[in-house]
Design a protein around this ligand. Structure first.
Ligand SMILES: NC(=O)c1ccc[n+]([C@@H]2O[C@H](COP(=O)([O-])OP(=O)(O)OC[C@H]3O[C@@H](n4cnc5c(N)ncnc54)[C@H](OP(=O)(O)O)[C@@H]3O)[C@@H](O)[C@H]2O)c1
Length: 260
């Protein structure tokens, strides 16, 4: 793989959209550093991407904890150098009947999906070296749920609206610096998280996961879930030089689900 001289950090890259994004960025010639919480998954993912011929490394790290975020960024810089591309991908689902939602669930969804985006971004801009560069890319994986309400998904929807707002504000702030900031908003994407979401709705509505799948697919104009690779395709484009004039945007990859 020809090295394009750029370093990318992808959070939550052992599965789904994060893994597809790490693979695509590595295929574009980025040196890719990744993190997730499960040490075995991190080791296996790094090994398999290296076996595919990519310049990839990673470490364990939980984006909910500032000290761990600092350690991940420190490790990335030590391994590959200052960071050019950040993909804030780590996230979780979470919701239920709002009147019954426990403080712990609300706090954890906001910490994982929203506060982490601020904390990782700040760390990458400072100790990650991005703010001293003339070019940078910050790509936040939000959701179409960051633009419209999702029934039984108030914490998730609130967190993703927050990511979209953060993206727009920071995109304006950093525009003069050559660092672009954008959100990618997937609709339904077939990943382990999507399976967990279907299981949650099947329990809430007392029906089967297949019935939920059918219901969700019926809402999507394309009639199917997007793939992680289709979402990663937009991540790769936003990381490219051609995307230099796109900033502060929240762009959907959703089979037409979000028409806004
Ligand atoms: N799938 C969809 O339909 C869909 C739609 C819209 C938006 N999204 C968004 O896309 C992103 C990726 O989702 P996905 O479907 O690819 O999920 P996934 O398959 O469940 O993968 C999530 C990844 O994030 C990591 N992760 C989770 N919590 C973390 C934490 N606290 N610190 C560090 N890493 C963490 C997981 O590894 P560990 O568990 O080992 O940490 C895993 O690598 C999320 O932000 C999600 O909200 C997904």
């Amino acid at each position: 793989m020809t090295d394009n001289g750029r370093v990318a950090l992808v959070t939550g890259a052992t599965s789904g959209i994060g893994l597809a994004s790490a693979r695509l960025l590595a295929g574009q010639g980025h040196r890719v550093f990744l993190c997730a919480r499960d040490a075995t998954a991190v080791a296996d993912t790094v090994k398999s991407l290296q076996n595919e011929g990519f310049d990839v490394d990673g470490t364990t790290g939980d984006v909910r904890f500032k000290e761990q975020v600092a350690e991940v960024v420190r490790a990335a810089v030590a391994r590959f150098g200052p960071i050019d591309v950040l993909v804030n991908n780590a996230g979780r689902s979470g919701g239920g009947v709002t009147a019954d939602i426990a403080d712990e669930l609300w706090d954890d969804v906001i910490a994982t999906n929203l506060t982490s985006v601020f904390v990782v971004t700040r760390e990458v801009l400072t100790s990650g070296g991005m703010r001293h560069k003339k070019r940078g890319r910050i790509i936040n994986i939000a959701s179409t749920a960051g633009k419209q309400g999702v029934v039984l998904g108030a914490p998730y929807s609130a967190s993703k609206h927050g990511v979209v707002g953060f993206t727009k504000a920071l995109g304006n702030e950093l525009a003069p610096t050559g660092i672009t900031v954008n959100a990618v908003c997937p609709g339904y994407v077939e990943t382990p998280m999507a399976q967990r979401v279907r299981a949650g709705y099947a329990a809430a509505y007392d029906t089967t996961e297949d019935a939920i799948l059918e219901k969700f697919q019926a809402k999507i104009p394309l009639g199917r879930y997007s793939t992680p690779e289709e979402v990663a395709g937009l991540v790769g484009y936003l990381a490219s030089d051609t995307a230099a004039s796109i900033t502060g945007q929240a762009l959907n990859v959703c089979g037409g689900l979000g028409n806004f």
